[in-house]
Design a protein around this ligand. Structure first.
Ligand SMILES: *[C@@H]1O[C@H](CO)[C@@H](O)[C@H](O)[C@H]1NC(C)=O
Length: 356
């Protein structure tokens, strides 16, 4: 930290007078997340780059490694003209094409890079190297990785309006995230005996070797979900658009979310389409992951509402996250639960366990 003492605002945030909040350090009168917090604080990395280059030198050859793209607009360099309006739009739209999209998508999805993981940082470094290769810029000896809010990061951001030279670096943010540990889903009979246990993994197929290799790289869980072990009567909430928040408000003990085949329109096995990986229809064991954060309250790191998640940011308890556990499940598992619901003999409960 610099010697300059951050000014404290009433809500705990501070700035140095240039509009960018600085990390709040040595603040003792704010609640901080403690070791008991159910959410682990982890790294999230992100790359930031400058494109002042576009207006002076024409389009950078963006993604040519993956796309085999060569800029078509060299003549614009010659005249030193800026591209504006329709001409700029046309040039921009010529950059991506189907092949390059597929290739780029493959490059960036071929290894797991869950936020906060080593793969995440590696991916950010690869993207940084890509920018440094493709856009003429001065590349420092050491990989420019800064803690967001640190003097280095702030200097880099504040230099943007003062230069037309492109520059790329990685900023590291520290939002809270949960890590999935144990999860189970069981159906019990009247006597509490387990009559069915869900398989919560997605089934890979050797036909798609890349997917098969990493089948369980991102376990089926909800980002920012509450941990807990709850049991209760099963209720089908139809197309529960308000999802976890709505269920919590009406007193549900837990929530299971699955993606119904009707979300896939006509592209279903029922309509004769082959199932992935042999065709476009969804695999019955596939599970839609996602965050159960209450975006309607506020987005972003739950513990730093309205402010960036710097390493030393003051933290709140987090108000925009559920108080009840939830799990995302496959359509196959949902089908089994529907069968149970229709079974008049079954009068038991469902047990949902989400530990993370
Ligand atoms: C956060 O605080 C620690 C301990 O005081 C310090 O070492 C670190 O540099 C601070 N991080 C930032 C980004 O200011």
């Amino acid at each position: 930290m610099s010697d300059e003492k951050p000014r404290q605002f009433s809500d705990g945030a501070s700035t140095k007078g240039d509009g960018i909040p600085v990390p709040v350090t040595n603040v003792r009168d704010q609640p901080r997340s403690n070791s008991k917090s159910r959410l682990r604080r982890m790294l999230l990395v992100s790359a930031v780059f400058l494109v002042g280059y576009i207006s002076t030198n024409g389009l950078p050859g963006f993604m040519p490694h993956y796309a085999g793209y060569t800029p078509h607009h060299k003549h614009h360099h010659k005249h030193g003209r800026h591209l504006v309006g329709k001409a700029a739009e046309k040039a921009f739209l010529e950059v991506p094409d189907e092949k390059s999209c597929i290739k780029t998508s493959f490059e960036y999805t071929k290894k797991p890079h869950r936020a906060g993981s080593e793969g995440d940082l590696d991916t950010a470094k690869e993207f940084l190297a890509h920018l440094q290769n493709e856009i003429p810029m001065s590349v420092p000896d050491e990989v420019p990785i800064y803690s967001a809010g640190s003097p280095e990061s702030r200097d880099a951001i504040l230099s943007i309006p003062k230069t037309r030279k492109p520059k790329a670096w990685i900023d590291i943010y520290y939002p809270v995230m949960n890590t999935p540990l144990d999860r189970n889903l069981q159906a019990l009979d009247d006597d509490g005996k387990v009559i069915w246990e869900a398989d919560l993994t997605e089934h890979a197929d050797d036909t798609d070797s890349a997917a098969g290799k990493y089948a369980d790289a991102v376990p089926t869980f909800h980002g920012l979900s509450r941990g807990g072990d709850v049991s209760g009567k099963l209720i089908y909430a139809n197309y529960g658009l308000k999802e976890v928040k709505g269920a919590q408000e009406v007193g549900a003990a837990g929530v299971l979310i699955y993606s119904d085949y009707r979300d896939d329109g006509a592209v279903t096995a029922e309509n004769g389409y082959e199932i992935y990986p042999n065709g476009p229809a969804r695999h019955p064991t596939s599970v839609q992951r996602g965050s159960v954060q209450f975006l309607s309250m506020y987005p972003g790191d739950p513990t730093t509402p309205g402010y960036p998640s710097y390493e030393n940011s003051t933290r709140t308890e987090g108000e925009n996250i559920p108080k009840i556990p939830s799990l995302p499940i496959s359509a196959e598992n949902a089908g089994k639960l529907m069968e149970l619901l229709e079974d008049e003999e079954w009068n038991g409960v469902v047990r949902l366990n989400n530990q993370g």
